[in-house]
Each structure stands twice: as structure tokens, then as C-alpha cells.
Design a protein. Structure first.
Length: 305
């Protein structure tokens, strides 16, 4: 177990290092922030002075080394637009995005796993066809379209729920539903497929032949083994939730890091873009590491591999 853990931690560190390089290069290829920070009639001397003040006159390798040296200390520099520490801006917005992503994931798990189980135990029957059809429709439905439709129906026409901002639990419902559709569909499909492969196994038939209630056989024997790929895919979905939150937060004016990212990209605010990307990437890598460890706990063969 110790060797497996060490190997996965080292792999995660390598991924994070590669991400820092990719983010650093893409941020600088996106354009020069000096063009947006100075007026149209700025002189060459003013441009050169601002470029020097921002440290953009130095070679990229030098900039990268300085960036990494400060980043490991939690210092991503000053925001070029908001004139505040980039790390502070991200940490102010992160709780809102984390809350939205967590609620969306809970909704997806709470609905996706039961739907997948229902489809599997009713395989090639009415229940399976209904769930499969619903999952297919959900997969084909763009999240931004669903968000707009929810706003029009429940916010504008019925007036039941707020459609923008973070005003409490009621304002979380519509964006959480919008963001949960994609992971719900994925979880339901993976659960169904895994359960269909698990239910005919000998250990399930043996438990059933002992006279155990069918519900206990499904929960304690079939579902536990079928959950291994489901847990794995949940870790992958976490990254999709964080990235998908960008569109959802724009639609519902949710004050999270998604809207902050859009504003920073438009302003070519390197420090904030780098801080958002690396912090969320680190969270995703960490979540995948925890999922891999959970996977090994469920399947002892992985610990010995």
C-alpha cells in the first residue's frame, strides 16, 4: 500500500508541474496585457516602462522560474485588473464555486446511482428503456440551454426561484440542477453498465441462493463491487464540474471563480488566470488521488499490483 501511495503521489506532482508549464505558456500566448492597460495613444517609452514593471521584458524561462518560486509560497502576484493579490481574489470566490460543485455532485450521485441500479435490475424491460431514454435526452441537452430554460420557467414565468447571484439556498437550486445534469447522466450510465456485468456473477447468485432478501443482495454484494468504476468516474467528473461551472456561473451570475476567470481572460490578467487554473487543477489532481486510494481500498488486488 505504501509503495502504491508513493507512486500515485509522485505521478500527481508530475502532473501539477506539467500543468504549471502549460498554463504559463498559454497565458503568455493569449496576448500582451500592456495593450489593455495603456490608452491607445501611449508612447513606446510608456509601454516599455510598464512591460518592465510587470516583468514581461525578461525571457520566458526566467519568468517561469520566478513564477514557480512564488507560486509554491502561495504568491501568484498582483492582479493586473483588480489591483489585489491574485491568490486572495481566488480564495474569496472559491467557496461559492466549491458549494455549487459539491451540491451538483451530490444531486448527480443521489439520482444517478439509483437510476443506474433500476435500469440494470430491469435490464431490457420497461424500467431500463425509460431510464436509458431519459439519460440519452439528458446527454443531448446542452447545459447552457437547460439553464436558460430553468430561468425562464421557474424564475421569470413562475417566479418561484431567484435567477442570479448567491442569495441563499433558494438561489443555489437552479444552477446546481443545471450543473448536475452531465455528471448525473455519466454516473447513471456507468452504474447501469457495471451492475449489468456484476449481477450475473457467481457470488451474487450464491448470496441469492442462501435466501437473502433481494434488496440486501443488490446493496451488499452486487452494488459494492459495481461501485468501483463509479467511484473512479466521480473523481474525473469533479474536474468537469469545476470547468463546467464557468458557463453555469455566467448564466446565473454566480459569484464564483468561473465568472472571475472569464473577466480575467478578457483582461489578460495573467496572475489571476494562472492562480485560478493551478488551484483548481491541484484540487482536481488531489481528488483523483483520493479516488485512486478509495479504489484500492475497495479492490485489494490494486494494492498488491
Amino acid at each position: 500500500m505504501g509503495r502504491y501511495l508513493l507512486r500515485r503521489v509522485l505521478q500527481s506532482l508530475i502532473v501539477i508541474i506539467l500543468l504549471t508549464m502549460i498554463v504559463f505558456v498559454i497565458a503568455r500566448l493569449s496576448g500582451n496585457p500592456v495593450d489593455l492597460m495603456l490608452p491607445m495613444g501611449a508612447s513606446a517609452a510608456q509601454r516599455a516602462q510598464l512591460t518592465q514593471d510587470l516583468g514581461l521584458d525578461q525571457p520566458w524561462p526566467v519568468q517561469y522560474v520566478k513564477f514557480i518560486g512564488k507560486a509554491v509560497q502561495g504568491d501568484f502576484g498582483q492582479s493586473l485588473r483588480f489591483r489585489a493579490p491574485a491568490m486572495e481574489l481566488v480564495l474569496e470566490r472559491l467557496p461559492a464555486t466549491a458549494k455549487l460543485a459539491l451540491v451538483s455532485l451530490i444531486l448527480a450521485i443521489a439520482a444517478g446511482i439509483p437510476l443506474g441500479i433500476l435500469a440494470a435490475i430491469r435490464y431490457r424491460r420497461a424500467g431500463d428503456y425509460i431510464v436509458t431514454t431519459g439519460v440519452t435526452l439528458g446527454q443531448a441537452m446542452p447545459s447552457f440551454w437547460l439553464g436558460i430554460m430553468l430561468i425562464l420557467v421557474f424564475g421569470v414565468q413562475l417566479g418561484w426561484l431567484p435567477v442570479s447571484g448567491d442569495e441563499g439556498l433558494s438561489s443555489l437550486i437552479l444552477p446546481a440542477i443545471t450543473l448536475s445534469i452531465v455528471p448525473l447522466v455519466t454516473i447513471a450510465k456507468v452504474t447501469r453498465s457495471s451492475m449489468i456485468g456484476t449481477l450475473p456473477q457467481d457470488f451474487v447468485r450464491t448470496a441469492e441462493s442462501k435466501g437473502l432478501p433481494w434488496g440486501n443482495v443488490v446493496r451488499r454484494h452486487a452494488l459494492r463491487n459495481a461501485l468501483i468504476p463509479v467511484i473512479t468516474v466521480i473523481g474525473v467528473l469533479l474536474g468537469g464540474l469545476l470547468s463546467g461551472a464557468v458557463i453555469t456561473e455566467q448564466i446565473f451570475a454566480w459569484p464564483g471563480i468561473g465568472s472571475l476567470t472569464i473577466q480575467s481572460i478578457n483582461a489578460r490578467d495573467f496572475p489571476v488566470v494562472q492562480a485560478v487554473t493551478l488551484i483548481t487543477s491541484t484540487i482536481v489532481v488531489g481528488a483523483n488521488l483520493l479516488v485512486d486510494l478509495s479504489y484500492s481500498l475497495l479492490d485489494p488486488r490494486i494494492r498488491r499490483s
